[in-house]
Design a protein around this ligand. Structure first.
Ligand SMILES: [Zn+2]
Length: 314
């Protein structure tokens, strides 16, 4: 009897563990079913979920100046840890803080991680006018007045996440090699690698730090807590295809073993923005002139070209 009782509780325990986990590509735990286990992931009319599409319907906010990034210029002392948690490749960091740029307080950096697609698809979480970049990096910071993560997740501005788009270029990005060269060492779920801290500014679009978008949203993974002040930088950093392939073709969401499966497309689809405000920093540039709707300006440019385009088709 005791055996069957133990077995029953063991099965219940396993089922609960599976239900409480999440994934991207298996239907039983993919983003569409996150809401079954995590209430805040369920779409509601008043949701403030992330990511979103960043489009021209935004408001310029002249008071949004560059964020004050403390400790990013130097290599902090101590150790950082790179790890594969089965959902992403994550770098636990310390010694860095973020304030200014309209953020309501000072925030301590906790970790950064990546979202990517596959060998044939892009995988950023935010999109810009519907365009998805190859990858996106998130630097997750927690408000210093929140005692712990639980308290931060219950604070509507408990976390500030810096989002950086990653685009492809011909050349390797030597700064990015500090991560991409080490991804192969954490290819399986549960593996970790201590690494020496380096100046984190080297992973940011340093010449364009005053250009960003700001909105109030959520974690893009369960429990989808609506506790995030998002800063998404407008200009991407550039890395080589080989450096992107290190993620799309070299990371597994399974542990080392026979049934290994690649971690791909670890991004959540864009969520409804509804009536939420989306702000552009003082220096953001990609906003089309609000007096000239994007569609009509494109049309007026395209019209004189129509005979040419027709000729090309012949
Ligand atoms: Zn993320």
């Amino acid at each position: 009897m005791n055996f069957w009782r133990s077995l029953f509780f063991f099965v219940v325990f396993i089922e609960k563990s599976i239900a409480a986990d999440f994934c991207y590509e298996d239907s039983h735990c993919s983003p569409n079913s996150w809401g079954n286990s995590f209430a805040q992931c369920r779409p509601r009319t008043d949701s403030r979920q992330s990511p979103i599409n960043l489009d021209s319907k935004m408001t310029r906010n002249e008071s949004l100046r560059p964020l004050d990034l403390q400790g990013f210029d130097a290599a902090p002392s101590g150790n950082w840890t790179l790890k594969n948690n089965g959902h992403t490749v994550m770098l636990d960091v310390n010694g860095l803080s973020v304030s200014g740029g309209g953020l309501p307080g000072s925030y301590q950096a906790q970790q950064l991680h990546f979202h990517w697609g596959s060998s044939s698809t892009n995988g950023s979480e935010h999109t810009v006018n519907g365009r998805r970049y190859p990858m996106e990096m998130h630097i997750v910071t927690m408000k210093t007045t929140d005692q712990n993560l639980t308290s931060a997740l219950n604070d509507t501005s408990g976390l500030a996440v810096l989002g950086v788009f990653i685009d492809v270029a011909d050349q390797d990005n030597n700064n990015f090699s500090a991560i991409s060269d080490l991804v192969a060492s954490v290819k399986y779920k549960g593996t970790t690698l201590p690494i020496s801290p380096f100046p984190l500014i080297s992973l940011l679009p340093v010449r364009n730090m005053s250009q960003y978008y700001r909105y109030h949203g959520s974690l893009t993974t369960p429990p989808c807590s609506e506790a995030v002040m998002w800063t998404v930088y407008e200009v991407p950093i550039y890395v080589s295809q080989k450096q992107i392939d290190a993620f799309t073709s070299g990371v597994y969401y399974t542990e080392d073993g026979a049934n290994k499966a690649l971690l791909r497309n670890n991004f959540r689809d864009v969520q409804a923005r509804a009536s939420r405000a989306l702000y552009a920093s003082r220096d953001a540039r990609l906003l089309p002139d609000s007096s000239t709707p994007l569609s009509s300006s494109h049309l007026s440019l395209a019209l004189p070209l129509l005979p040419l385009l027709a000729a090309w088709r012949l």
